[in-house]
Design a protein around this ligand. Sequence first.
Ligand SMILES: NC(=O)c1ccc[n+]([C@@H]2O[C@H](COP(=O)([O-])OP(=O)(O)OC[C@H]3O[C@@H](n4cnc5c(N)ncnc54)[C@H](OP(=O)(O)O)[C@@H]3O)[C@@H](O)[C@H]2O)c1
Length: 321
Amino acid sequence: MTRLTTLQAVRKYWPQYKWSSIWEMARNMRAIPEVCDDDFASKLVVITGGTSGIGYQTARKYASCGAKLLLINRNENKSVAVCDKLRAEFGVDCTYLLGDLSRLDHMHRIGQALSELNDPIAVLIHNAGSYLSRRTATMDGLEMNFALHHLAPLVINHLVLDKLTSQESSRILVNSSEGYRFAIWGVRTDDLNWEKRRYTGLGAYGAAKMSQLLTMMIFAESVRGTGVTVNAMHPGVVRTNTGHENGKLYRRFKEYFIDPISQTPQVAAEALYFLGVSTSIEGKSGCFFHLTREEEVAPPARDLDVAERLWEISHAMGKLG
Ligand SMILES: NC(=O)c1ccc[n+]([C@@H]2O[C@H](COP(=O)([O-])OP(=O)(O)OC[C@H]3O[C@@H](n4cnc5c(N)ncnc54)[C@H](OP(=O)(O)O)[C@@H]3O)[C@@H](O)[C@H]2O)c1
């Protein structure tokens, strides 16, 4: 099946939209998330983008519960500073690997390195991300949101899969976003690079986040029964460095209108700890959580036909055999 036109997408998805799901999202925005303080001593946790915002606070939370950390970052100085701080404050083992996760060669190198680790990976958190108001091409000529948010987790999961399935268990978490809803009529699999239509920051971010969710559905099915689970989480609207690459106008807008209504990254970090550690969600997989509350995703994010097509195209774009 080829891609749906917008009209076909409207006809297909509109009858599936339920007001109850929108109310559920609104309720979840006000709900108090669950917290877990179980010990996680010496368990290895891998976090991408651990140098600031949610990734950094999540690393702190895991470190405070004794976990051993491996951060995947693109900046060496920041990585050294973060690891030194976590070691000094919590006495835990913290190391890092350097990689620009928008680059295919780095995605492959990181995935390969993770697959060769001796320790079992208890939790793998795909967190690195950005928000770009202008279309930006990666070194490989891919649209940045698509490469960083969607292809990097897909490539790394693929390369580390044999290791994870050989372990007793492992949890993969994707730092997703309710922003996937900006791709209101779904992902255009004929234009994942945003070359055939006008780029919008929200549209491209939403499509990349929706691509994560669509392929998670297939990945979760493929690992069912192996002890590996994969879930996605919306962290709330969080005060972080996100969008700092954009122009002055965007930064001012964020400073005056978004940051004052945003919550601290600690709330998201607590939720990523809960989802990585709590026994209460043992075995749950393929789910979307609004912080710690499970939520049904919108119709285009659970379209299996699109997911299967995207899965194939993404594996080819990610140069996975
Ligand atoms: N903030 C929100 O309201 C919000 C809402 C929904 C979802 N999210 C998601 O939360 C995740 C974390 O974002 P944040 O809000 O915490 O933003 P942030 O403070 O900007 O943190 C982003 C992290 O990703 C890293 N990163 C960016 N591009 C990278 C690349 N090419 N290769 C490797 N690492 C890279 C950054 O490294 P540097 O320090 O080197 O820049 C940083 O460590 C993102 O996936 C975002 O989409 C955020």
